[in-house]
Design a protein around this ligand. Structure first.
Ligand code: ADP
Ligand code: TRP
Length: 333
């Protein structure tokens, strides 16, 4: 089984990225041939400063490694090191219906929020489809918000196969030039809420970061939105980001004890929102202290990061070579 996924290097990573994506990457590297990349071409849509773009690329690579992606098991690389990506992007784009892109929610949402509509943003799903299809991957682990992009990639791969592969059987999925991979999301943590209760996202400035300073993290956790339930009273469980975050960060057994306290109410010192925030701070550091230390070490050894990324790119291009050769030949290049 070949597994592929990527994360944009467009900002600081947060615990939503970990629980929604990177944790799954780490699990999957033991189940097959995993390819993970830093989507730094995608990131150019929002990062328009060269030094920052470079820095964020390395930070994202260090984050993958610190959180457990193991270069001995998985291929870790930078999207921009793969020239076959922009090539496949273009070729696929010649078959992509405008309406698919106009209806893509990433584009519609950003327009609705008043963002500039550049061609890069509009073509984003096509670039992502090139990522997905270039390495003959079988499985693409993504958060729920990315599922539509994966569906589009599958649609366009099918279209490409119907157009260019005479032996393609769309029912059986055999005889194609591009392989249609499956999505994989984990439902229990598919959407991690942010401090304000919306989806956690760097775009909404509601994150709990993975690698800020201890002080910043504590401040972020203390600002998780709660309601006006008195400290001794039982707490509501609906639309409560603090409750959801505790569930995400703690193991089911540990959470069960917190859950009982949450629902019973009691001594304000131990049963108020303040106490639950402190529990979340403790749970956060128990989980991430090791990766945070390793991250700092990696960021202090840029040469080693570079070396690992270059080695990853060579391997990834090896996977890409037969696919791009098939595609070029099929379209007449
Ligand atoms: P952001 O929304 O902060 O810009 P990205 O879109 O760069 O995050 O997401 C990177 C990866 O992390 C994607 O696979 C995405 O599905 C996952 N992810 C991001 N935010 C969350 C969240 N709040 N809950 C679960 N997964 C998330
Ligand atoms: N668009 C994804 C995100 O915002 C990142 C990404 C780019 C990706 N290409 C991909 C994810 C291919 C999975 C497969 O997180």
């Amino acid at each position: 089984m070949r597994i592929l996924s990527g994360v944009q290097s467009s900002g600081r990573l947060h615990i939503g990225n970990y629980y929604g994506a990177i944790r799954e990457f780490v699990r999957l590297q033991d189940e097959g041939e995993a390819l993970y990349f830093i989507a730094n071409l995608h990131a150019l849509n929002s990062v328009r400063d060269a030094a920052k773009a470079r820095e964020l690329t390395l930070e994202t690579a260090a984050a993958f490694l610190a959180l457990g992606v193991d270069p001995a098991k998985a291929t870790l690389f930078r999207q921009s090191d793969i020239p076959e990506i922009p090539e496949l992007y273009w070729i696929l784009g010649t078959l992509v219906p405008m309406a698919d892109l106009e209806n893509a929610h990433s584009y519609k949402d950003k327009l609705a929020r008043g963002a500039e509509a550049d061609f890069g943003l509009f073509g984003y799903p096509v670039l992502m489809a090139a990522d997905i299809l270039l390495y003959d991957s079988d499985v693409v682990p993504v958060g729920r918000d990315q599922r539509q992009h994966l569906e589009l990639a599958r649609d366009w791969a099918g279209k490409f196969n119907r157009q260019y592969a005479p032996t393609y059987d769309s029912q059986k999925g055999t005889g194609g030039l591009l392989k249609l991979p499956a999505a994989r999301t984990r439902d229990e943590t598919a959407v991690v809420p942010g401090r304000d209760g919306q989806k956690m996202s760097k775009t909404y400035a509601n994150t709990i970061d993975l690698f800020g300073t201890d002080k910043e993290i504590e401040k972020q956790i203390k600002s998780v939105k709660t309601d006006s339930t008195t400290p001794d009273a039982p707490k509501p469980t609906e639309h409560q980001p603090l409750y959801e975050l505790l569930k995400v960060v703690f193991s089911p057994e540990e959470f069960a004890a917190l859950d009982a306290k949450w629902k019973s109410g009691g001594d304000p010192k131990t049963h108020g929102y303040g106490a639950f925030k402190q529990a979340l701070i403790d749970g956060y550091f128990a989980t991430f202290a090791g990766p945070r230390k390793r991250y700092a070490e990696l960021m202090n050894d840029r040469a080693e990061l570079e070396r690992l990324l270059e080695q990853g790119a060579q391997k990834a291009r090896g996977y890409a070579a037969p696919v791009i050769a098939r595609v070029r030949s099929a379209v007449g290049l």
